[in-house]
Design a protein around this ligand. Sequence first.
Ligand code: G3P
Ligand code: MG
Length: 266
Amino acid sequence: MTGGSLSLALPPVIGHRGAAAAAPENTLAGFRAAGGLGVAWVEFDVRLAADGTCILLHDDRVDRTTDGTGEAAQLTFAALRRLDAGAWFGAAFAGERIPSLSEAIALLAMLGLGANIEIKPAPGAAAATARAAVEVVRREWPARLPPPLLSSFEREALAAARAAAPDLPRGLLVGDLPADWQAQAESIGAATVNCDQRRLDHARARRVIDAGYPLLAYTVNQPERARELLAWGVSGVFTDRPDAILQGLADGGSRQTADATTDNIG
Ligand code: G3P
Ligand code: MG
C-alpha cells in the first residue's frame, strides 16, 4: 500500500520548538518569534503535568529550560507556572512561563500558525498523554487552521491518538529509519514519516517518498542541507533557525534563476 493516506499541505520550513535559536523553546515567545521569522508552522512538545494539564516541555525534567528542578510529571500546572521558562535563554525573556496546550493553541490561532504537536510522554504515560492532547485539540483547535500533525517517538501514543481521533494526521517519528519503518507507518496509519536528518541519505529518503509517505527531517539548521534535502523530495525541514533556512532557500532560488538566465544568455 502507499502511505500518506490523509492529505496534508506541509510547509517546507517548520519552526522547531517554536524558533529555538531565537527564543526559548516551547514558549509563547517562541511562537511569536517563529511567526515573525516567516514560518507557516511550528513544532512543539507536549506532555502531562501531575494534574493532567497538557503542557509544552521537551525534557522529562524542568531543570534545563526553567529555573526549577524536578520531573514535570510530578508537578502540578500551578507549580510549573511559578517557574521562569525564559531567563535561562536570555534576560529579555525573563518571566516567560511554561504554556499549557490550550494557551499555545489560542496563540497559534491569533498568529495563523499551523503545528506539528509532538507527543512527548513521560515513561509509562504514552496513551494517557496522547488522549489528553487529542481531547484539547478536538475542543480547541481552530477550524480555519490546517489540522495539526500529531507525532511521537512512542508507537503507543500514536496508536492511542489514532483510536481517539482517526481523522487527525499522524507522523511516525524516528531517529534512524528502522528496517520495518513501513510496517510501523502502516500500523499507526501514518500520514508522514519524520526522520533525524543526520541519519538520512538520498537512498533512504527516496525509499520513504517512493512508498508514498511525505518525509519531514529534523533538525536542519544549515541552509545548504535544507536545500539538499528538499531537492531529494523531502517535504519539509524542522529548524531552530527559520530565518536562516528561509533566507537560504530564497537565495538558492534566486541563484538558480540567475544560473538559468546565464545559461540562456550563454
Ligand atoms: O519532532 C521533531 C523533533 O522535535 C524530534 O526531536 O527531541 O527535538 O523533540 P526532539
Ligand atoms: Mg520535538
